[in-house]
Design a protein around this ligand. Structure first.
Ligand code: PEP
Ligand code: MN
Length: 262
């Protein structure tokens, strides 16, 4: 049950010793899409050095256009696994179809993307697994709808759910989405589940990532998800919002500085 009334303590999700929630803070960083062995291993080494606790990387990509890069799929998961072996970082990747679940065996945290937040059959199936699930808020979903989707997973017996705000659709066009930071105090009041903020997808432009990552940290987020690419202008997906490893290092340093006071 996602309702805080039924839990005395905040949920600490423990992924092979890397903890998030209940006072434990983590940065999840990596490329939007896994593009090659060199790319994902290089980015993994960089973000680890900067203090990230998890490596992210998309293998199955929910692209708006069917003609856009769809991800390396099974090969992408293999390459993530190699980067995990190299760095020891647990890996986070998005699932879109439950038939792919066996491929996600090496994936430590299974992401449900914004577009699938209300794919209830997918949520029910994930509820029957023992995978840690990172559930993103849908593009046009309320906080209560997000919590009900978490409930779909938890009702099946899987209590390890991390919630993620990644921006919502509004009339504003200067940002890709509108980052709803007010979700942090609301979720802290309503649920014991960890709350992660993804400023990369919320803002859509790399120059906005640092101030909003800091704001989210100060507001009490349990973690951040930040896209990092070795060569953002040539990224196959989401280059405009991706940080270089150097820019990520700067953001991570700033975040870790304010974190003790958050
Ligand atoms: C992603 O994390 O790469 C992604 C597709 O995110 P979202 O579902 O938030 O758009
Ligand atoms: Mn992306």
């Amino acid at each position: 049950n996602a309702n805080k009334k039924f839990h005395n303590e905040r949920l600490v999700v423990d992924v092979n010793g890397v903890k998030i929630g209940g006072g434990e803070f983590q940065i999840i960083a990596g490329p939007c899409s896994v593009e090659s062995r060199e790319q994902v291993c290089y980015v993994a080494e960089c973000v680890k050095k900067s203090g990230a606790g998890f490596l992210r990387g998309g293998a199955f990509k929910p692209r708006t256009s069917p003609y856009a890069f769809q991800g390396l799929q099974a090969e992408g998961i293999n390459l993530l696994q190699e980067a995990k072996k190299m760095t020891g970082l647990p890996i986070v990747s998005e699932i879109m179809n439950i038939t792919h679940l066996p491929l996600f065996d090496p994936v430590d945290v299974v992401q449900v993307g914004a577009r699938n937040m209300q794919n209830f059959e997918l949520l029910k199936e994930l509820g029957r697994t023992n995978k840690v699930i990172l559930l993103k808020r849908g593009l046009a979903n309320t906080i209560d709808e997000l919590l009900m989707s978490a409930e779909y997973i938890m009702a099946g017996g899987n209590e390890n759910v991390i919630l993620c705000e990644r921006g919502i659709r509004t009339f504003e066009t200067r940002t890709r989405n509108t980052l709803d930071l007010s979700i942090i105090p609301v979720l802290k009041k309503l649920t014991h589940l960890p709350v992660v903020i993804d400023p990369s997808h919320a803002l859509g432009y790399s120059y906005m990532v640092k101030p909003m990552a800091l704001a989210a940290t100060a507001a009490g987020a349990d973690g951040l998800m930040i896209e990092v690419h070795n060569d953002p202008p040539h990224a196959l997906c989401d280059g405009a919002q991706s940080l270089t490893p150097d820019a990520f290092d700067d953001v991570a340093k700033a975040v870790f500085q304010i974190r003790p006071f958050a």
